[in-house]
Design a protein around this ligand. Structure first.
Ligand code: NAD
Length: 290
């Protein structure tokens, strides 16, 4: 397939490299990052998109996605598919899909989970919104870049799935960290806490797989000085997107709102920026009631 890849940062570069390594013809463009091995550099996003069967974007936010979409849509050939893999607001995803459809193009919102490790290993999970036809076109590429692609529904459904999942993740990580900090103060050994909770009704991915306590449970960023992993800054971004969506949909999400507030404080006023999102545990450890 002829593929254009716009946004070759931490995630985009390894994804584009994997597509090229699988034998696809990939043209790449980024305003700052270098083009990875096997990808042909293009002079602009529009130049990369001209003649491509699929245009993939992996960009920082919805505003930039809208700007890039306005550049590439007029350059794309009829019937081609614009597939955005960035994490953006549901509204931007739907607006870009509508513009693409109005120009006779397919469109997918296909945010990912799995991080840079998953992007490099080709084991990402894609949560996809858009038409069945567009999903069928891009399906073989999802298989190269990832291990699973779930077609969640119409335009915006992929972003909706992503921010709902990450709202649960943020809230659960905070709950796990504050429970460990309480257990410490009650004199409970962390390993015993893990042994009980990981096999009891308080178990979760954040406890069992990504335990925030160093030396306890499987290896996680806590065992690596809380270097990310999944940065607290990105968790804050996703929690804010979920609050923005909840606002727009008139959904009551008090725990998500509080998680967004705590991560905002952690990243913007404390020392959380650049740390893994599980570094909430040392934060709670140092704090007192009130
Ligand atoms: P990044 O900042 O490393 O990469 C974004 C790239 O977009 C940069 O190289 C930047 O130069 C480029 N860019 C910005 N404006 C551009 C423009 N107008 N035209 C072309 N290129 C432009 O970010 P990342 O970590 O690769 O994340 C990309 C997206 O994936 C984000 O939406 C993020 O939320 C999401 N995501 C990231 C992770 C992760 O662990 N890093 C995990 C899941 C999802």
């Amino acid at each position: 397939m002829k593929i254009a890849f716009v946004g070759l940062g931490n995630m985009g570069a390894p994804m584009a490299r994997n597509l090229a390594a699988a034998g696809h013809e990939v043209a790449g463009f980024d305003t700052a990052a270098p083009v990875p091995e096997g990808v042909v550099p293009a002079a602009s996003a529009a130049a990369a998109a001209a003649g491509a069967d699929v245009v993939i974007t992996m960009l920082p936010n919805g505003t930039i996605l809208r700007a890039v979409a306005a550049q590439v849509i007029p350059a794309m050939r009829p019937g081609a598919v614009l597939c955005d893999c960035s994490t953006v607001d549901v509204e931007s995803a739907r607006a870009v899909a509508a513009e693409a459809a109005a120009s006779g193009l397919g469109a997918l919102d296909a945010p990912v989970s799995g991080g840079v490790g998953g992007a490099t290993a080709g084991t990402l999970t894609f949560m996809v919104g858009g038409t069945g036809a567009a999903f069928a076109t891009v399906g073989p590429l999802f298989e190269i870049m990832g291990q699973k692609a779930v077609h969640c529904g119409e335009a915006g459904a992929g972003q909706a799935a992503k921010i709902c999942n990450n709202m649960i993740l943020g809230v659960t990580m905070i709950a796990t960290c504050e429970a460990f900090a309480l257990a410490d103060k009650l004199g409970l050994d962390r390993q015993k806490m893990f042994d009980v909770v990981s096999t009891s009704s308080g178990y979760s991915w954040t406890m069992n797989v990504y335990c925030p306590a160093p030396g306890v449970g499987p290896k996680s960023p806590a065992d690596n000085g809380y270097r990310p992993g999944f940065a607290a800054d990105l968790m804050l971004k996703d929690l804010r997107l979920s609050q923005q969506a909840a606002e727009g949909a008139d959904a009551d999400t008090p725990m998500g709102a509080l998680a967004a507030e705590l991560y905002a404080r952690f990243v913007e006023e404390e020392d959380g920026s650049g740390m893994d999102f599980s570094a909430m545990l040392p934060r709670f450890e140092k704090r007192h009631r009130g």
